[in-house]
Design a protein around this ligand. Structure first.
Ligand code: G1P
Length: 166
């Protein structure tokens, strides 16, 4: 995705008819539990946007988008803000964005007018931040499946080993 996740999503604009859509980043695998299904359940319950999340080590926060949040039960929280790959110092929590999102169709309009962010990319995280500022409700879902990150070389090798054991 050389122009960023947001630019990639924009390419699908004409295929989306419903008010919300499910988006999966292909290098984030979740095994042993159907994460998309539990996100759809939450969406049906709260009628809001949903993003998958996992707690990560503080020293690793700069690898992911990170949430500022208000927890309301063991596995869910209200998202107050998102920051793409913050420094350890600036990270508002150690709950990371994992690449599964239920997003409103309005995000396309925002992406179309969005200026490039970090590394000159159009980030989906920045569009989500704009929607949060416009008071769109976003809920974080701490899923119970096992997360395999294929977005780094180390993670990719580890994921292959884990999958070979299934
Ligand atoms: C993307 C997102 C980031 C998210 C991550 C999950 O980053 O921009 O917010 O935490 O996916 O894997 P990328 O992996 O493309 O660097």
């Amino acid at each position: 995705m050389p122009r960023g996740t947001g630019d990639a999503v924009l390419k699908c604009k004409n295929y989306i008819r419903s008010k919300y859509f499910l988006m999966l980043l292909p290098d984030d695998l979740i095994i042993k539990n159907n994460c998309s299904q539990s996100m759809i359940k939450l969406h049906t319950k709260y009628k809001s946007s949903i993003i998958a999340s996992k707690k990560v080590k503080k020293k690793d926060v700069s690898r992911w988008g990170i949430f500022d949040l208000k927890k309301f039960n063991k596995n869910s929280f209200l998202i107050k803000d998102v920051i793409e790959k913050p420094s350890i110092k600036n990270a508002p929590s150690n709950y990371a964005i994992i690449g599964r999102y239920i997003l409103p169709k309005e995000i396309f309009k925002i992406l179309q007018n969005q200026k490039p962010g970090q590394n000159g990319e159009i980030h989906i995280t920045d569009a989500i931040k704009t929607l949060i500022d416009k008071k769109e409700k976003f809920i974080g879902h701490i899923f119970s499946g096992k997360y395999l990150d294929c977005g780094t070389l180390k993670g990719y090798i580890n994921s292959s080993i884990e999958i070979s054991k299934l």
